[in-house]
Design a protein around this ligand. Structure first.
Ligand SMILES: NC(=O)c1ccc[n+]([C@@H]2O[C@H](COP(=O)([O-])OP(=O)(O)OC[C@H]3O[C@@H](n4cnc5c(N)ncnc54)[C@H](OP(=O)(O)O)[C@@H]3O)[C@@H](O)[C@H]2O)c1
Length: 296
């Protein structure tokens, strides 16, 4: 009996990319894929290709019971609800509970590197508690601790390139950036496989870079010089707030630098290549392919 694979958050960037890899890279028949989203109308293109589209909102338990019915392997994509502290944790625990009630066979989840208590990343507890709930559920699981996306650089880089200055508190802490699409390919491989083993993978890019090394690569690619200026966490938080960002976002961004400084985001693994069977895109190549997005 062929297995039914369900992806939550299917209209998000990672969700869409996972489904593209299920269909294209791993040749999973469309009728075995359920794309679950809060906005089914936004996935009419997938429905036209034969993918089953269902409504699923982690804030609505009844929608989850309906969506998960009959699914064998379920990927819970972590939500982007980080503005209200604790909200994402609550949503994801609801999704794990619904997966248990639906009697699914294998649960997969997108977490973050080193989310254990003590992580400086302010939303690490959302991921850690979800991982713990998955382990306590008794459902065989695959946890993907996704490293920092290359695409995160698109957020600050336009402003950094415009000013020529990159303020950071990461010191010499390195981040093993990887492309979202590479992570998606690895996750799709895990979904398409029929393994029943419980495993935790840390998905990373092929190399870790300090801010100074990323700046040097961006300069090579764009020709624009960047001066990296190290600040304390406190000074960086105040600077980000002074630039007009809300305090909650300033604290989140600075917590990433603190995690890099602590060495929590620099681990390099070969999990992406092993799972997906393809070479990860090196950061320089990614930057070259996305030169326009770097400039904003
Ligand atoms: N490692 C990193 O560097 C990094 C960077 C950014 C984000 N992330 C995390 O990875 C996730 C996927 O990344 P992305 O780039 O695809 O983000 P994205 O495009 O912003 O997508 C946000 C995702 O959250 C889902 N979502 C939000 N509220 C939900 C709810 N109430 N119920 C169910 N799903 C909900 C959305 O699903 P629908 O809209 O389809 O319902 C969508 O899949 C993010 O949500 C975030 O947790 C990681």
């Amino acid at each position: 009996m062929p297995q039914t694979i369900l992806v939550t958050g299917a209209s998000g960037q990672l969700g869409r990319s996972v489904i593209n890899h299920l269909l294209g890279t791993f040749k999973v028949p469309a009728e075995r894929i359920v794309a679950a989203t809060r906005t089914p109308a936004s996935l009419s293109d997938l429905a036209a290709r034969g993918v089953i589209v269902r409504k699923a909102d982690f804030d609505n338990q009844a929608s989850l019971a309906k969506a998960f019915a009959g699914a064998d392997r379920v990927l819970i994509i972590s939500t982007n609800e980080i503005a209200i502290q604790g909200k994402r944790r609550e949503q994801q625990l609801a999704a794990v509970a619904a997966a248990m009630q639906a009697g699914i066979g294998h649960l997969l989840y997108t977490s973050m590197p080193n989310p254990e208590p003590g992580s400086p990343v302010i939303f690490a507890p959302d991921h850690y508690d979800t991982e713990q709930a998955i382990k306590a559920s008794g459902i065989p699981y695959t946890i993907f601790r996704n490293g920092w996306y290359d695409e995160n650089l698109f957020m600050a880089m336009p402003q950094i390139l415009a000013s020529g200055q990159w303020y950071t508190s990461a010191d010499n802490g390195a981040i093993s950036y990887g492309s979202r699409d590479d992570y998606a390919a690895a996750i799709a491989a895990g979904l398409a496989s029929d393994t029943g083993e419980s495993t935790t993978y840390t998905l990373t890019g092929p190399k870790a870079y300090t801010a100074a090394e990323v700046a040097a690569l961006v300069t090579e690619v764009t020709g624009n010089p960047i001066q990296v200026i190290q600040l304390s966490d406190e000074a960086l938080t105040e600077g980000i707030k002074a630039a007009g960002l809300p305090e909650s976002l300033a604290k989140a961004l600075v917590s990433f630098d603190a995690a890099a400084r602590a060495g929590d985001l620099g681990m390099v693994t070969d999990a992406v290549e092993k799972l997906s069977g393809r070479k990860s895109v090196p950061l320089k190549q990614f930057l070259e392919m996305n030169k326009a997005a770097l400039a904003g």
